[in-house]
Design a protein around this ligand. Structure first.
Ligand code: ATP
Ligand code: MG
Length: 350
């Protein structure tokens, strides 16, 4: 019996920011390390997802390797055979299954996806691609190809996970048992158990989430930022005129965000850090503490990053991709047979 599969990916459309690191990467790595005895852990770089919105394609190749290397730098064990790290486009079954699933997906069903409405609302007409429209189908393929049961999802992806379940059930009803249906969102939350609510805010506009595709990047700390540049971003973070450090995200979003960041950097509960600095009236001094801590964090992470050469990373990717092509290929063949693209199984046996 094979182990149940946990699957997760982090889009490589830009350098990752500290929100991605603390909100996604670290918890994923912790989870992979603690679960890999009983589960197969699939961590993939969704390179095909990276240009559903426009990107600079001359950067993509380097970005993909950079992200893989960041996983290693952040502590992902490369020598664990139950943890797979692979590039989506190196397993062509993702694209092939997407096309098949596309033809069983309703236009209306995709049109209701709130992520599409949000993201397309920010783009000009000529920039809204069909890829952006149907990326939930690619995401369903990412999951279903490996019979994945557990997929950690943030709030913005829950509708897409529900779609993956719907399309799996629809195909199963029509063609027999083709897919393992991933667990529903509630069960996902129970399984991963982590508080899903972490939101680091943009430093310039602390009522907005920090996000790697932000246009200016001024309020965003990227993992590849020069430590001194990151420190400067902290020093010029937007605060308020209350002149008193307090954890109160509604009234003092900027200061509260800096407290959240400091707590994460120190690996301490925010309440503890907040009480340590409560009432401090010189924001400049407080920012300096956060800036120094941030600088230390980036120096360490980047040092760790430099200890991995690309050859080591590529070797891990290629080994995982061989294994994944086998698994995904078997699922794809099951589907191709079911829809009539390949002869049914009995023919082989004649
Ligand atoms: P984009 O601008 O391309 O949407 P993003 O920075 O919002 O990029 P996503 O690719 O949407 O990142 O999300 C990747 C993961 O990082 C998700 O699990 C998401 O919950 C987490 N994440 C993103 N931003 C933050 C943040 N500011 N604080 C905490 N977690 C975050
Ligand atoms: Mg996002």
């Amino acid at each position: 019996m094979t182990n149940p599969v946990i699957l997760t990916g982090l889009r490589a459309n830009n350098d990752l920011q500290i929100g991605n690191y603390f909100g996604a990467m670290l918890p994923i790595i912790d989870m992979a390390k603690s679960r890999s005895h009983d589960y197969q852990v699939n961590m993939f770089i969704p390179d095909l997802h990276s240009f559903t919105t426009p990107i600079d394609h001359s950067e993509l190749q380097a970005q993909i390797l950079h992200n893989a290397r960041l996983y290693a730098a952040a502590g992902l064990p490369l020598d664990d055979d139950n943890i797979h790290l692979y590039r989506q486009s190196y397993v062509p079954a993702h694209s092939e299954l997407t096309w098949i699933l596309d033809c069983f997906t309703g236009f209306g069903e995709m049109s209701r996806m709130t992520q599409f409405k949000d993201k397309s609302g920010k783009l000009g007409d000529s920039q809204i691609s069909v890829g952006l429209f149907n990326y939930p189908v690619l995401m369903a393929a990412d999951i279903l190809l490996y019979d994945a049961k557990y997929v950690p999802v943030g709030d913005d992806q829950t509708q897409h996970l529900e779609f993956a379940r719907d399309i799996a059930e629809r195909m199963n009803n029509r063609f027999g048992e083709l897919f393992v249906v991933p667990e529903p969102v509630k069960a996902q939350h129970e399984f991963f158990g982590k508080e899903q609510g972490l939101r680091i805010m943009d430093l310039v506009n602390p009522t907005k989430k920090m996000s790697k595709s932000d246009e200016t990047g001024k309020g965003v700390i990227f993992l590849g930022d020069e430590p001194a540049t990151a420190a400067k971003k902290i020093m010029s973070a937007t605060t308020d005129d209350k002149a008193s450090v307090n954890y109160n995200p509604a009234e003092q979003p900027g200061i509260s965000n800096l407290l959240d960041i400091l707590a994460l950097l120190r690996g301490k509960p925010v309440a503890e850090v907040a009480s340590q600095y409560a009432g401090m009236d010189r924001y400049g001094d407080f920012k300096k503490i956060v800036a120094d801590e941030m600088q230390k964090f980036l120096i360490d992470l980047q040092k760790s990053y430099d200890t991995y050469d690309s050859a080591t990373i590529v070797a891990k990717l290629e080994a995982s991709e061989r294994a994944m092509n086998e698994q995904a290929g078997a699922t794809l063949l099951r589907v191709q047979r079911a829809v009539g693209l390949r002869p049914p199984k009995e023919y082989d046996e004649i």
